[in-house]
Design a protein around this ligand. Structure first.
Ligand SMILES: *Cc1c(COP(=O)(O)O)cnc(C)c1O
Length: 231
């Protein structure tokens, strides 16, 4: 299977999932997760129409995307993997969005470095909905405190939430995880209301993106179903 064919097949499955739950395909962005994939694979996905890419390591993303982005204006690059403090500076300048903010100290570090950007750094807050994931907020009060900090930083801009669901095929377990993220969003909307602030819900990967669409996802992170197994 080629990357273009894989993307086409995913597009079709996205459309079908949207039909099942009365949503529009345009409400949802398909991110290609390109970690451990060569830049040639990114290029193939771009030619097939993909514009949004996710990487889990800062240095790998820098090496792969710095030239690529210059040659492909309109590329959106997002950080989806655990971010260490000492990489926050590079991350704040490199990424269009940091999707994996999972602690207050990291938000503070990003705020410092994001001041040098051209405009505020978009962020997603990561919430843990499954035991398999080691990252993400687990405590709501922690999460609320971090939101307050971010809202006090003009260099940061909250866009929504992300989660990694439990690694299972069990529909009930997956739906419960996605619904718990939707509930967290409702609570945040109530406490910190603002137009557009909580629009983005990043949930759904290769194994569960159709269920995620049915539960309200707006941003899918798909790696292996597009690019094959990671080498
Ligand atoms: C690797 C990764 C993905 C993609 O996973 P696939 O199962 O290959 O689609 C999505 N989200 C995060 C946070 C990842 O690290």
């Amino acid at each position: 299977m080629s990357i273009a064919k894989n993307i086409e097949a995913i597009e079709e499955r996205m459309v079908q999932a949207c039909l099942r739950c009365g949503r529009k395909r345009e409400e949802i962005t398909l991110m290609g997760v390109t970690k451990f994939q060569p830049v040639e694979a990114v290029d193939e996905a771009w030619k097939a129409g993909l514009r949004c890419f996710g990487e889990s390591r800062v240095q790998e993303a820098a090496a792969k995307f710095e030239n690529f982005r210059e040659e492909h204006p309109g590329t959106e690059l997002r950080l989806i993997g655990a971010l260490q403090r000492n990489k926050a500076k590079l991350a704040a300048s490199l990424f269009d969005c940091v999707d994996c903010v999972d602690r207050e100290s990291l938000a503070a570090e990003l705020a410092k470095h994001a001041a040098a950007r051209n405009g505020p750094l978009p962020l997603l807050l990561e919430f843990r909905t499954g035991e398999d994931s080691k990252s993400g907020f687990t405590d709501l009060d922690d999460l609320f405190r971090t939101v307050e900090l971010i809202l006090s930083c003009p260099s940061l801009n909250i866009r929504g939430l992300m989660t990694i669901a439990p690694n299972t095929r069990e529909d009930k377990v997956l739906r419960a995880a996605f619904r718990s993220l939707v509930k967290v969003r409702q609570e945040l909307e109530r406490r910190f209301p603002a137009e557009g602030r909580w629009n983005c819900l990043s949930m759904g990967m290769s194994g569960d993106f159709e269920t995620a669409i049915e539960e309200g996802s707006t941003l899918l992170r798909v790696g292996t179903a597009i690019f094959g197994e990671r080498i």
